[in-house]
Design a protein around this ligand. Structure first.
Ligand code: C2E
Ligand code: MG
Ligand code: MG
Ligand code: MG
Length: 282
């Protein structure tokens, strides 16, 4: 906060700053115990096939149920988990939990072969040396068929070390694990080098979708992303669809899949199961 006031500005250590620092310190400590205390849970948000409105998958989204502060957003605690290295065990917990949930739904006969469970990987996880071994261990332990799994990474993970990223992505592809490039358009990668990476899916960042139907809409950009992705045989998910108008315009541009409050917010597993049984959401 002090930084945003610019150079040459100074301010006194005030109450707010103290509280921010205190909260951060507390969250850091509590985060260490959150796995063993069972304070994490996963929510699931459906990803919809825009052609027919069917649920083609879920994105698993982590929630922290803090005993004092209630539900804390991943936007707040993921950065802390990354700074402390706790993202490694937390990320493995997420993967294990998501895989277990999908296995349960499969036993109930709710899963088609095209279904995908998407799990987010932070840059920190992506660059740690034992990631592949850990993923293998979890898949084997749960007797999980890897083709149901989709991992979401961001452009930053690739840009920071393209050669290592390419090798890792190839190892994942060999296991039939699918890959999504998350928050596309917000990072620094260029569309032109996408073809060098074995990416199956590109998720257009919500910021491009939110402005559809407003004076700031820029359909040419969205159109260009979809067209180029399709030329590279990459399928496209639009993030953050909230209105019927956004859905209609994305459909007319040939966008493959969508995700957003218009279909459903992220929900707990019981509700997610109901959505699976419903099958068609729009
Ligand atoms: P993300 O991977 O881009 O996930 C999509 C975020 O957009 C989710 O926020 C979701 O709730 C929100 N969203 C979806 N549809 C809409 C919509 O129509 N309108 C609006 N306003 N928002 C929508 P969430 O769950 O708060 O997660 C935020 C970010 O935290 C995620 O962004 C992801 O980067 C990170 N995250 C969440 N779970 C995990 C995890 O298990 N591991 C890691 N490494 N990161 C995670
Ligand atoms: Mg994601
Ligand atoms: Mg995203
Ligand atoms: Mg996002």
């Amino acid at each position: 906060k002090a930084k945003s006031q610019g150079r040459g500005c100074y301010r006194f250590f005030d109450g707010t700053m103290h509280n921010d620092a205190h909260r951060r310190f507390q969250l850091e400590n509590d985060l260490r115990l959150a796995i063993e205390n069972n304070h994490f849970l996963l929510n699931y948000q459906p990803i919809i096939e825009l052609q027919d409105g069917s649920v083609m998958g879920f994105e698993a989204l982590l929630r922290w149920h803090h005993p004092e502060h209630g539900i804390i957003s991943p936007a707040e605690f993921i950065p802390i988990a990354e700074d402390t290295g706790l993202i490694i065990p937390i990320g493995l917990w997420v993967l294990d939990q998501a895989v277990k949930q999908l296995n349960l739904w499969q036993k109930k006969g709710l899963i088609t072969p095209q279904f995908r469970m998407s799990v987010n990987l932070s840059v920190k996880q992506f660059t740690q040396p034992y990631l592949i071994e850990e993923i293998d261990r979890i898949l084997v332990k749960n007797n999980f068929q890897s083709s149901y799994l989709k991992l979401e990474i961001t452009e930053t993970a690739i840009v920071e070390n393209p050669e290592a990223a390419r090798q890792l992505l190839q190892q994942l592809t060999h296991r039939n694990i699918h890959l999504s490039l998350d928050d596309f358009g917000t990072g620094y990668s260029s569309l032109s080098y996408l073809h060098r990476f074995p990416v199956n899916t590109l998720k257009i960042d919500r910021s491009f979708i939110t402005c559809i139907g407003t004076p700031n809409e820029n359909l040419q950009i969205v159109d260009a992303i979809i067209t180029l992705a399709h030329q590279l045989k990459i399928n496209v998910v639009a993030e953050g669809i909230e209105t019927a108008e956004q859905l209609a315009k994305l459909r007319s541009l040939g966008c493959d899949q969508g995700q957003g409050y218009y279909f459903s917010k992220p929900v707990e597993s019981m509700m997610a199961e109901d959505l699976l049984k419903q099958r068609i959401l729009c």
